[in-house]
Design a protein around this ligand. Sequence first.
Ligand SMILES: Cc1cc2nc3c(=O)[nH]c(=O)nc-3n(C[C@H](O)[C@H](O)[C@H](O)COP(=O)(O)OP(=O)(O)OC[C@H]3O[C@@H](n4cnc5c(N)ncnc54)[C@H](O)[C@@H]3O)c2cc1C
Length: 463
Amino acid sequence: MKKYDFIIVGAGPSGIFAAYELKKNNSKLNILILEKGKSIKKRVCPKRKTYSCVDCYPCNITTGFSGAGAFSDGKLSLNDHGEVGGNLINYIGKKNYVKTLKETDDIYLKFGADEKVYGNSSDAEIAEIKEKAIKCNLKLIETGVRHLGTEKAFEIYSKIQEELENLGVEIKFESPVKDFIVENGEALGVECKDSKYYGDKIVASVGREGCAWLNEMCDRHNVNTEPGVIDIGVRVECDSAITKKIDDISYESKLVHYTKTFDDKVRTFCWNPRGEVSEERYEGNLALANGHSYKEEKYKTNNTNLALLVSKNFTEPFKTPIDYGVHVARLANMLAGGKVLVQTFGDFKRGRRTTQKRLERNITEPTLKDAVPGDLSLVLPYRIMLAIKEMIESLDKLMPGFASDGTLLYGVEVKFYSNKIKLNDNFETNVKNLYALGDGAGVTRGLMQASMNGMYFAKKIGE
Ligand SMILES: Cc1cc2nc3c(=O)[nH]c(=O)nc-3n(C[C@H](O)[C@H](O)[C@H](O)COP(=O)(O)OP(=O)(O)OC[C@H]3O[C@@H](n4cnc5c(N)ncnc54)[C@H](O)[C@@H]3O)c2cc1C
């Protein structure tokens, strides 16, 4: 029976950067990647043609080579302070963070990422937004952004898949891992539907899509975890004229607000100037709102979308933040016939359902064509609703018109993170030879940090 040096579960950015770096540094390593979804070239979302989700299983937007990265907006946050896209800096320290950021960015550049970095506008321009933001009780987190764009991200990850195959990394698609093989506190391999694979080191890099499964595995194999946060909110869409001034300077503005009523943290996330709102499907056919934008002019829309996320940290005895998020999302799906729900901000404020008729005459035309008009107040817990309303009102002072009646709210957007897995400096769990990386491990929340996590892990383990 063949035994691998590394078995990597999940071919998202964290898994593929780990495989790439491992193989580049030691061509003799036998590496197997097991991925639930398809090879990148076969990843097609029928919705692009049908405008309506046809419930592929598994979802082509979130699974397959490069994971949630393939159809993402491809915004790589180049923030040296580790403030954007996860907590990796807390695991590896500032010095390693800065070094790994540069090395990972260089790989994206090598595979064809655009040289241009947004958000490095003149100090005077940034200072102006920052000052305005402060006056509206908003903190601007400064970060450079390399924007791949959805079509370019797909091209870059296609080249990485080819490179990994050329380097001799074995990749098995449509191979969801069902279980880890663990004996006496040591991981020996993994089990798929029809086969078992054995390896010296098992790496779980299953992303948010696989986090419910990973939680189950942690319970089954006594992997130590701690409750994670959950980010819950809406995707907001408005006319791009409203955000243009800010977009031209910083492209992706990261703004944080602590609300007046409950002092809850709300942040902007995944800001897509002239982009489109999309739907993502998770395990159990859960429909969630998301968004992205294309780089080429011909694909651009007249709307800007961004997520407003309220971060909730739960305390004892509550241990299941994912279930909480799923329940809220299910409520929205239940009211919207299994689709994403949309409401105008005018109706949201007035506490009434948006009707098809009012949506049709709304000034801002929805870019998610099959979103179903409804009422978010029947879905969101009171303090989350209020936090979103207060955040929109603060943003309106920075970008007048943002809180107008025609602004659209899509619900819900939830960012699931596994209960945080307790990891040592090598990203190893308390189960010997079982490692965990990326969004699924609760370490990262974005493309750049997930890729960096894979890269750093590979270097560290090879030392
Ligand atoms: C629509 C969209 C837009 C986004 N835009 C941006 C952006 O612009 N900038 C940004 O920084 N981030 C963005 N993100 C987030 C970003 O894509 C993720 O943070 C990143 O992909 C996480 O990488 P990962 O390797 O941890 O996991 P993932 O990319 O989620 O990959 C995990 C992989 O594991 C596989 N898997 C899961 N369970 C199993 C199993 N049991 N067996 C085998 N395989 C399994 C999945 O199929 C998946 O391919 C976006 C996400 C989405 C969905």
